[in-house]
Ligand binder design. Sequence first.
Ligand SMILES: NC(=O)c1ccc[n+]([C@@H]2O[C@H](COP(=O)([O-])OP(=O)(O)OC[C@H]3O[C@@H](n4cnc5c(N)ncnc54)[C@H](OP(=O)(O)O)[C@@H]3O)[C@@H](O)[C@H]2O)c1
Length: 285
Amino acid sequence: MILVTGATGNLGSLVIENLLKKVDASEIAAFVRDAEKASDLKAKGVDLRVGTYDDTSSLDNAMQGVDKVLLVSGLDPNRYEQHKNVVDAAKKAGVQFIGYTGVSMKDIDSATNKFMGSHFQTEDYIKASGLNYAFFRNTLYTEGLPLFLGEGVFEQGIFLPAGEGKVPYALRTEMAEAIANVLAGDTNIKETYEITGAEAVSFGEIAQMLTDLSGKEVGYVSPSRAQFEEVLKGAGVPDWAIGLVADFSEDIRDNQHNVAFDHLEKLLGRKPADVKSVLKGIYNL
Ligand SMILES: NC(=O)c1ccc[n+]([C@@H]2O[C@H](COP(=O)([O-])OP(=O)(O)OC[C@H]3O[C@@H](n4cnc5c(N)ncnc54)[C@H](OP(=O)(O)O)[C@@H]3O)[C@@H](O)[C@H]2O)c1
């Protein structure tokens, strides 16, 4: 039995969708906070196990009869403690393997976005547990680009303090397919996969792609962090959102996410989608 957490989220639900093509639904369990949100999974024959990462008894119940777990990382400030609860429950219940969705980064110690450190802490905790594992160090989602580019990208251009730093974006849909391939296979492994696209691109290059695709001139300005914060504050954007985008942008500027590997291509058995063709689809160009 394979238990997928975060099963009502974007990535977890896509992993289950892909797993259903490879294994019988009776072999899949979904860990969800809200059973109602997962009624479609139930209808497909997936076993629902309700709980949260904070509730250790719900995790103990969820692990019954499970051989493999995919732990989809959370977003709460205490996620490291939450992830530890999942690993502890898995070990206690005799689970053999844990997959974990972390992040692909060059050097967490010099990163601006310190929250990402909890991914590497979780990996260390899983390693120390002695269980078999696969770490899926996911790059930034190509589907997430519109959040960085902003709603008025074709009118106002791109405005981010990301310099000429590059990211090998990859599709969340393809990450899910690759993760399902690993989960459905022989998991007597201890592997780290850097789940990235084949080619890293900068926001300057993305602006050029959007210009080519739309026929409209899309510019790119990279302000200082202080200028960026001032302009967004003036536009009424909440402080937490400004801080989050600025932290990501600074790490992009410093090429923290610029680590392109062929692991995703190998796990998919084909080249991952390139950023330009994905942008074409997202913006219907
Ligand atoms: N690589 C990237 O670009 C990128 C971007 C954003 C996030 N991420 C990371 O990757 C993860 C998966 O991405 P996603 O797009 O699938 O995010 P998502 O749609 O927000 O899914 C997160 C899932 O985790 C579940 N969850 C969160 N806290 C939980 C808790 N305390 N107990 C139990 N379940 C909990 C959520 O449950 P509900 O369905 O009940 O809300 C949801 O199903 C994110 O959580 C985040 O850590 C990566």
